[in-house]
Design a protein around this ligand. Structure first.
Ligand code: DGJ
Length: 755
């Protein structure tokens, strides 16, 4: 059992793979305090960790000046009784008082993991994967019970946390803040790593030194959002991809969130993550409970690379459900950037027919097939087919696509309504709005009040009908605006603060129903690109469209940023047309393929307008995907250190778990002059020192084919490269010679196979 309780010392020791997490219960006072988190400690008696904390216990202080709550590291700090640092819980009583003081009451340790009601969470896949500690705490005055849930994953450096808060008093209380978890450290020698960006620029890593004061990340948009991802790590100031200590938190939640790293006045630091308290309030009547979503905590003693691989292993095996951890996703072609709203069935089937000939397996019809949706100004909410555009309906179109040997997929944006729609004309109060206040439009649309069951049921009913009448095997679930002027016509005044969380619960409920009613449907999420890229969504949807920026070079940053937490197999990535619609950049078709292959692979262009040469390249890409995507999906990702943030090149590799195979991708972003200045040795990673790898260039961007670079076999068009046989020790220590390629944005894929 990875969770031990030393009753005499009042100490819980939670041991994950090579991590220990230690909780102490002060003897008489029963404060639940945090004693240690980090590399595994093998001692069984760690009583000494209380150290000077003993001196600040209330029980030793009566008659003295007073207690110093502000100095105690707590497991679930509360507001109102003298701890002024960032806290987890704030409660308001019916009388308007704000104070809460939690003490240990009891605990339970058991194998496995409890499912969180209505919320996504990681799960036990096989018996013995994980063990759970439930720590029950109580505020006696409030009659409030708080159950802290800790699950330890035995084979990973992962501990998850969540909290269940129950009001046992007859009077209602209001939760003003109910965070998911907290970490405490005895020092501030950290940088804080967070992921930030914007629409079309998601998931950019930002590193900020921690000192006294706060570094925060968060969203109040109603979704996790493009500007801040629900991830925060404190990292030793010397952290690299491969070295240094990392303590990371990632919230399994898709709505407003807050992550705070605080360096406090006793020279320690505290990290808190959970639902954003802004515009949050939750009324708990007698016997009612509130569940704070799960936060995943990952520890790495080998830098950011190991942190990412741990998240990837966890999410691939313990978050993504159904068949998806073990199946290759179909290669898709989506018509959005090929046609936007301007399509006919003839045009769609032309694209599909050419795509099918190239070996593409799934055709996705994007926005514009329903209601009067001929542009972005109208139609959302009217989920019945536009027979003028799609005569015979989705059923007939799906059949036509199926006849071409492809699966059929469909786009929906069920959370939204256009003012110009039948739905809005019939139910204007179904849109989120504050009475008497201007209702903001974004992309000409409003957000439906998905906290209301009748609204959810109505929308789901319409979508269910479309899906029941057609062979739809994939859904792209989009969400293109944030929440504003949040109020629900169905909630009383003292529950308006519940709307944003109830909205997210409503989204989860419908995604869950979709999965239950159509078990073989592959769901891909999207929110104007990657604006809702979070672990909560991954529980329902094994892939998420990474960004509306489909430019290969911009996408490298977005995909490598997302890979901090999320496995490559979850990042929707497509080859699109050039000049790129977002940046105007021209990159070779091969380069676009390399970048898209570091994700769930697909196309988003008009294949019917491509030349035979280009289609031949596509066929090769399809072939490469089939050969190597299993490796990309299941392998270990290594970001090659120097390429992160390097304006000249990008490089990453994926190594199979048994270390027998690897795939290296290199993109030269800026061509540099002079052979010696531009060629570089790349130190590979993750290989076995003594194993000999046959190292073979398997694809090179088009423009380089006519160049006489350095390897043998150039034939003017289809350059072949002599394979090199090198040990892991040479490849990792001396490095692999990567030549100067002849222009900007050119790249290569190199395959390594153990001999
Ligand atoms: C935003 C998405 O990110 C795009 O891929 C596309 O589906 C459009 N919405 C359609 O409106």
């Amino acid at each position: 059992m990875s969770i031990l309780f030393n009753e005499q010392a009042g100490i819980f020791k939670l041991d994950a793979l090579d991590t220990s997490y230690i909780i102490g219960i002060f003897d008489e006072d029963k404060f639940v305090s945090h004693l240690y988190y980090g590399k595994k400690i093998i001692d069984s008696d760690v009583n000494y960790l209380y150290g000077p904390l003993y001196q600040v216990r209330p029980s030793v202080l009566p008659g003295q000046a007073g207690r110093i709550m502000d100095a105690v590291p707590f497991e679930y700090p509360t507001y109102g009784c003298g701890d002024y640092r960032e806290h987890c819980l704030e409660v308001e009583t019916a009388d308007g008082y704000h104070a809460c003081d939690l003490r240990y009451e009891s605990h339970k340790i058991y194998p496995g993991k409890t499912h969180l009601n209505g919320l996504p969470s990681t799960f036990e896949r096989e018996d013995g994967d994980c063990n759970t500690l439930e720590l029950v705490c109580r505020d006696k005055v409030l009659k409030l019970k708080v159950t802290l849930l800790y699950t330890v994953f035995e084979h990973l450096n992962v501990i998850t946390r969540a909290a269940l808060i129950t009001n046992e008093d007859e009077k209602a209380v209001y939760l003003k803040r109910a965070m998911s978890g907290c970490l405490e450290f005895d020092h501030q020698n950290f940088d804080v790593l967070t992921l930030h960006g914007s629409w079309e620029r998601e998931c950019g890593p930002v590193r900020t030194p921690l000192r006294q004061g706060k570094v925060t990340t968060g969203s109040t948009r109603g979704e996790s959002g493009p500007t801040d991802n629900p991830f925060l790590a404190v990292i030793s100031s010397d952290v690299t991809e491969d070295t240094g200590e990392v303590f990371a938190m990632n919230l399994v939640y898709s709505g407003n969130f807050l992550g705070v790293a605080e360096g406090h006045h006793f020279r320690g630091s505290r990290i808190v993550m959970g639902i954003n308290p802004v515009n949050f309030s939750w009324k708990l009547g007698q016997g009612e409970s509130f569940t704070a979503p799960e936060v995943v905590m990952v520890y790495s003693d080998q830098g950011l690379g190991k942190m990412s691989r741990t998240f990837h292993d966890l999410y691939r095996r313990h978050l993504i459900r159904d068949v998806y951890p073990d199946t290759l996703r179909p290669i898709l072609v989506n018509n959005w950037e090929a046609t936007y709203f301007d399509f006919t069935v003839k045009k769609l089937t032309e694209i599909a027919a050419e795509a099918a000939k190239c070996g593409i397996e799934l055709f996705v019809l994007d926005d514009g097939w329903f209601g009067n949706r001929n542009d972005e100004r109208r139609g959302l909410g009217d989920w019945f087919v536009n027979e003028e555009k799609v005569p015979g309906g989705i059923g007939r179109l799906a059949k036509e696509i199926n006849h071409l040997g492809m699966k059929f997929g469909l786009w929906i944006e069920p959370e939204m309504v256009s003012p110009d729609s039948e739905l809005f004309r019939a139910h204007p109060d179904w849109a989120i709005q504050i009475p008497g206040r201007h209702r903001s439009l974004f992309r000409h649309q409003y957000v439906l009040d998905w906290s209301r069951k009748e609204v959810r049921d109505h929308i789901y009913g319409m979508i269910h009908q479309v899906l029941s009448g057609a062979n739809v095997e994939y859904i792209k679930w989009d969400m293109n605006r944030t929440l504003t002027e949040t109020a629900s016509a169905a909630l009383p005044a003292d529950r308006q603060g519940e709307l944003c969380h109830r909205y997210v619960l409503g989204v989860y409920e419908i995604m869950g129903r979709l999965r239950d009613d159509f078990p073989s449907l592959l769901l891909e999420n999207c929110s104007a690109g990657g604006s809702r890229f979070d672990p909560g969504v991954l529980y329902y949807s094994p892939q998420i469209w990474g960004s509306d920026d489909s430019d290969a070079i911009e996408r490298i940053k977005i995909e490598m940023g997302a890979s901090m937490c999320y496995p490559l197999s979850t990042i929707g990535a497509h080859v699109s047309a050039v000049p790129n619609h977002q940046t105007g950049r021209i990159t070779s078709l091969e380069t676009r393929g390399y970048v898209a292959m570091a994700g769930t692979f697909g196309y988003e262009l008009d294949i019917a307008r491509m030349s035979e040469d280009e289609k031949a390249v596509i066929r090769k890409q399809v072939d490469l995907y089939h050969k190597y995507h299993g490796l990309v999906k299941d392998g270990d990702l290594y970001r090659i250190e120097d390429s992160l943030g390097n304006p000249d090149y990008a490089c990453w590799m994926v190594v199979s778990k048994d270390k027998k195979e690897a795939l290296l991708t290199y993109i030269q972003i800026h061509a540099l002059p002079g052979y010696f200045g531009a060629a570089r040795r790349l130190r590979l990673k993750g290989l076995q020192e003594e194993t000999v790898y046959e190292t073979k260039v398997i694809s090179v961007s088009a423009e380089v084919r006519n160049e006489d670079v350095h390897r043998e076999g150039a034939d003017g068009t289809e350059k072949t490269y002599a394979a090199l046989n090198l040990t892991g020790s040479a490849l990792m220590n001396a490095g692999y010679w990567m030549d100067r390629l002849s222009g900007d944005y050119m790249g290569m894929m190199i395959h390594l196979q153990a001999k």
